[in-house]
Design a protein around this ligand. Structure first.
Ligand SMILES: *[C@@H]1O[C@H](CO)[C@@H](O)[C@H](O)[C@H]1NC(C)=O
Ligand SMILES: *[C@@H]1O[C@H](CO)[C@@H](O)[C@H](O)[C@H]1NC(C)=O
Ligand SMILES: *[C@@H]1O[C@H](CO)[C@@H](O)[C@H](O)[C@H]1NC(C)=O
Ligand SMILES: *[C@@H]1O[C@H](CO)[C@@H](O)[C@H](O)[C@H]1NC(C)=O
Ligand SMILES: *[C@@H]1O[C@H](CO)[C@@H](O)[C@H](O)[C@H]1NC(C)=O
Ligand SMILES: *[C@@H]1O[C@H](CO)[C@@H](O)[C@H](O)[C@H]1NC(C)=O
Ligand SMILES: *[C@@H]1O[C@H](CO)[C@@H](O)[C@H](O)[C@H]1NC(C)=O
Ligand SMILES: *[C@@H]1O[C@H](CO)[C@@H](O)[C@H](O)[C@H]1NC(C)=O
Length: 405
């Protein structure tokens, strides 16, 4: 029986005893006993914290409670201890405290650590390879700092790792391929760094991966062919790299994918039609690549939930598929700066909640369907630099007041 439940039972039976328990537990003398307990069981943790403290400068005084003479380190700001057994540090949560300095190897002496959560500071230097000794580590979050150097290979010893979030640092070198050995990984967030090399193929097969965020790096090579083979995958953001090749068919067919942003790369080929027949995809941004063709299944899922389709600045030729009109949730359709030819299909005007439609800088011909001007939800309409003609309806005067150009 849990202690609390036992105490509650005892309380019902023995009101006087309960009163005593309450008095004892609120007695200040108890807290003076606690330090000797922690001192005994976890002096190594206390020393590790003091070592960590000595490496950081702390302009806001956030670590003032981290004092040599203070034995109750579980009460130090940002420190969380395990609540069973000996007091051991399980989490460090030091977000947005303007800490500067480097992470010392002695952090690895906190051998029960599951969470390092220190985003939005000015931590610099390399990640010490000793981090691999933290085999209980589940969450490593050092995002928005100034960390340099490479991600140490030893990271793969962190077999419990679920989240590695180090976005917006100056990390360089390659993504360690043995990161793929961390089979519990759910989130890899390394956007806005200087990572180079390829995306390790094993990453695509991580069984629990939900978020793969690698935008704004210098990654080359192709998107792992296995990416999307796991139904956990929800968000893939690889924008602003130099990736080549095409979109892996498995990724296009992935039944859990909600956000796919591959913009500003060197990807090409045909945009897989499966992307427009997905029961999960909400947002697709493939802008500024070299895609040459798109096709939309003529009988796509009736309830495709897709909201945003952004294909601006590719070299897509051919006509605008009439079946686009079947994407009834569509809010933005941005296909400017391509080589689209032919007419604007009337079906587009049937999309019920369309807000942004950009067809500018293409090679469209024919008449602008008059009903285009009567889509009441529209807030942006780009038609410029095509070979279109048609009468601008007189009602457009009022419409223009709501259009942003
Ligand atoms: C710490 O406590 C344990 C029992 O919990 C005991 O065996 C050990 O000797 C103590 N260590 C010190 C340094 O007092
Ligand atoms: C990747 O970056 C590292 C460190 O900056 C460099 O040593 C290496 O040559 C680069 N590799 C490639 C393929 O550019
Ligand atoms: C990672 O997995 C590969 C096989 O996929 C294995 O050869 C390698 O030894 C593993 N590395 C570690 C550090 O476990
Ligand atoms: C993707 O789905 C399409 C049908 O939408 C199917 O023809 C194709 O074989 C699938 N590809 C893969 C790799 O599963
Ligand atoms: C258009 O795409 C090319 C590469 O395909 C890129 O260099 C250029 O910056 C993009 N233009 C804009 C406005 O994003
Ligand atoms: C679209 O998806 C539905 C449901 O998954 C499937 O039955 C249909 O064959 C797909 N159509 C095409 C053209 O891929
Ligand atoms: C999809 O669009 C095509 C072309 O506009 C149309 O013929 C077809 O009936 C539509 N399918 C569904 C399921 O709405
Ligand atoms: C525009 O399309 C016409 C055919 O409709 C073609 O002859 C012409 O070369 C195209 N222009 C450009 C700039 O692609």
């Amino acid at each position: 029986m849990p202690v609390a439940a036992a105490a509650q039972k005892a309380l019902l039976a023995q009101p006087v005893l309960i009163l005593i328990i309450l008095i004892v537990s609120s007695c200040p003398c108890v807290s003076s006993l606690a330090p000797s307990r922690t001192h005994n069981t976890s002096e190594a943790d206390r020393q590790a914290l003091l070592c960590l403290r000595s490496q950081f400068s702390d302009p806001l005084g956030a670590l003032d409670s981290w004092r040599k003479e203070s034995l109750a380190f579980c009460d130090w700001h940002g420190v969380t201890c395990s609540n069973q057994g000996a007091a051991r540090v399980v989490a460090l949560r030091l977000k947005s405290l303007s800490l500067t300095g480097q992470i010392p190897p002695c952090i690895a002496d906190l051998s029960f650590l599951t969470t390092i959560y220190m985003p939005d500071n000015q931590i610099s230097g390399h990640i010490p390879p000793e981090i691999g000794r933290l085999t209980q580590l589940r969450n490593l979050n050092l995002g928005m700092n100034s960390i340099t150097g490479m991600i140490p290979d030893t990271i793969s010893s962190c077999t419990h790792l679920e989240v590695i979030d180090m976005w917006s640092n100056n990390i360089e070198g390659e993504i360690p391929s043995n990161l793929a050995n961390c089979s519990l990984l759910q989130e890899i967030a390394l956007s806005h760094n200087n990572l180079n090399g390829t995306i390790p193929p094993g990453i695509g097969s991580l069984p629990n991966l939900k978020y793969l965020l690698l935008a704004n790096n210098k990654l080359v090579g192709s998107i792992p062919r296995s990416l999307g083979s796991r139904t956990s995958l929800s968000m893939v953001v690889l924008a602003y790299n130099s990736l080549t090749g095409s979109i892996p068919p498995i990724l296009a067919n992935c039944s859990s994918l909600r956000y796919l942003d591959l913009s500003q790369n060197k990807l090409g080929g045909v945009i897989p039609s499966a992307l427009f027949n997905s029961s999960s995809l909400l947002s697709l941004d493939l802008s500024s690549n070299n895609f040459i063709r798109w096709s939309i299944p003529s009988a796509p899922l009736i309830s495709a939930p897709i909201l945003h389709v952004i294909l601006t600045n590719n070299t897509i030729f051919g006509g605008i598929p009439a079946a686009l009109g079947n994407l009834s949730s569509l809010s933005s359709l941005l296909v400017a700066q391509n080589n689209l030819q032919g007419n604007i299909p009337d079906s587009i005007t049937k999309i019920p909640y369309l807000q942004e439609l950009d067809l500018a800088y293409n090679n469209l011909t024919g008449t602008v369907p008059p009903s285009l001007y009567t889509i009441s939800t529209l807030t942006y309409l780009g038609l410029g630099v095509n070979n279109l003609f048609g009468r601008i309806p007189t009602t457009l005067d009022t419409l223009f007041q709501t259009l942003k150009h």
